[in-house]
Ligand binder design. Structure first.
Ligand code: AHR
Length: 497
């Protein structure tokens, strides 16, 4: 692969300067009843010729376990605020058929409901994040759903769950009080949303020994007023507030293609992805005014790229390819979350399979892992690790009138004490020679993997599933420092010995 001359980059890591632990739940996923995310992606049914365990695709289960998915958010998204949980329990052939008004107007047969979702999380080894309906449902509906899922009593609802095949209550780690109440969840003003949050959450009464973390539906992008009003009026009734931010090539109106883009599309997308840092910083600063102790978490429970859907795919299904550019967006975003662990304690990339910035794409019996999946896989050592200070000095990378950091770095110590370093080279043309000094440490070696490709829009297809995948990568020691020859447009993660 022809690359330009390497640009010198200096990185200093100071393991003595630590931040709050990286909550592994920031590596969470989102699975909505949207397109082929659930049906086909996760659930094929017990009688499918596609190899499955109780109706769940075996290949998908295996892939998700490998990246140690910590938590999955369900059933939406916009779908959540039209969902009646009673539609998705009991014998599958008796469940009502509804219209999915948000996503393609297709029929929803409710085969995948509460039991199917929660059993799925257990099979994956993930925690459950259930989003309740504050938009069109009643507080009673919400209260009864929580009781159905979490109660170990002999109440009628707990016994109904038992009759439907689940003896013990499930653990619901997170419960969302609505979704996007400013938009598809009810078009509310923040004042009204704050009041409704207060009202609905009052009736969410999981048993003391099986509590839920209550998440208020929060702001879209830079709607700081929304966060302010919610915090001012309802902070004492929530454990966390959400933030949604999607990365487009240009804007909502000009999302841009997922493949076949040029360098302008690479640069503007990465610039937009980096905006996450400003958003988290400013929303956190507002939260600090009302919650200086930082009790309330900022959960970025929808983030990721949103491009034009693949030509020829079903309208409203949000099916898009996933390239090396998506891998960069994922790595840069995760690095930002690592720098904000004081507030960002949970996040969900949108979405897990076949929708938006997916980990996995499926086509009937075939499955491919995307570049984004590979980043999540490479970043597993950061789950539960302690971030340490890392500083980069380099000439920035400029394209047209846009200037971006050349290399982005994140470093953290895992629970065994091992130091891991993630390096992202944003320049699509020039490699970087990254000289890394670790204060107080004389490194002997650094080994890991790198994800890169010839093309900025390199992606895997069902015919060529391994076009882009991580390969071995290491640094060398020179004068007590680590030196990495980091290719252009690359994401690398190494463990330091
Ligand atoms: O992830 C797709 C949609 O984006 C979700 O349903 C909604 O919450 C957001 O607007």
């Amino acid at each position: 692969m022809a690359q330009g001359k390497a640009v010198p980059v200096s990185v200093s890591v100071d393991p003595a300067k630590t931040g709050p632990v990286i909550n592994r739940d920031i590596y969470g996923q989102f699975a909505e009843h949207l397109g082929r995310g659930i049906y086909e992606g996760i659930w094929v049914g017990e009688n499918s010729p596609i190899p499955n365990t109780k109706g769940y695709r075996n290949d998908v289960l295996e892939a998700l376990r490998k990246i140690r998915v910590p938590v999955i958010r369900w059933p939406g998204g916009c779908f959540a605020d039209e969902y009646n949980w009673r539609d998705g329990i009991g014998p599958r052939d008796k469940r009502p058929v509804r219209v999915n008004t948000h996503w393609g107007g297709v029929t929803e047969n409710n085969e995948f409901g509460t039991h199917e979702f929660l059993d799925f999380t257990e099979l994956v080894g993930a925690e459950a994040y259930v989003a309740g309906n504050m938009g069109s449902g009643s507080p009673r509906e919400m209260a009864e759903w929580v009781e159905y899922m979490t109660s170990d009593s002999q109440s009628s609802l707990a016994n109904e769950r038992r009759a439907n095949g689940r003896e013990k209550p499930w653990k619901i780690k997170y419960f969302g009080i609505g979704n996007e109440s400013w938009g598809c969840g009810g078009n509310m003003r923040p004042e009204y949303s704050a009041d409704l949050h207060r009202r609905y959450q009052t009736f969410v009464k999981a048993p003391r020994e099986n509590p839920v973390i209550k998440v208020a539906t929060g702001a879209n992008v830079d709607d700081y007023i929304f966060t302010k009003v919610l915090m001012e009026r309802a902070a004492h009734t929530m454990d966390a507030i959400s933030l949604h931010y999607y990365t487009f090539t240009h804007s909502w109106e000009e999302k841009g293609p997922a493949t076949g883009f040029n360098k302008d599309g690479w640069v503007s997308t990465l610039k937009n992805a980096l905006r996450m840092d400003e958003l988290v910083t400013k929303h956190s600063a507002i939260m600090d005014q009302y919650d200086p102790e930082k009790r309330v978490g900022l959960f970025v429970d929808e983030w990721g790229t949103w491009f034009d859907q693949e030509p020829g795919s079903t309208p409203g299904f949000l099916y898009q390819q996933n390239t090396l550019r998506d891998a960069h967006v994922a790595a840069l975003t995760l690095n930002i979350f690592h720098r904000h662990t004081d507030r960002v304690r949970m996040a969900n990339i949108a979405q897990m399979i076949n929708v938006l910035q997916a980990m996995i794409l499926t086509d009937k019996e075939k499955m491919i892992l995307t570049p984004t999946y590979h980043v999540f896989d490479m970043y597993v050592p950061f789950q539960g690790a302690t971030p340490v200070a890392a500083r980069v000095e380099a000439e920035p990378f400029t394209h047209g009138d846009t200037t971006l950091p050349r290399v982005d770095v994140s470093a953290a110590r895992d629970t065994s004490g091992k130091l891991h370093i993630a390096l992202v080279n944003l320049d699509p043309d020039k490699p970087a020679r990254v000289t890394t000094e670790i204060a107080g440490v004389k490194p002997r070696a650094a080994k890991g993997r790198v994800l890169t490709a010839d093309r900025i829009d390199a992606h895997n297809t069902f015919d060529k599933p391994n076009t882009i995948q991580p390969v071995a990568f290491s640094g060398r020691v020179e004068g007590g420092k680590l030196v990495f020859d980091l290719p252009a447009k690359a994401v690398a993660v190494v463990a330091v010995d």
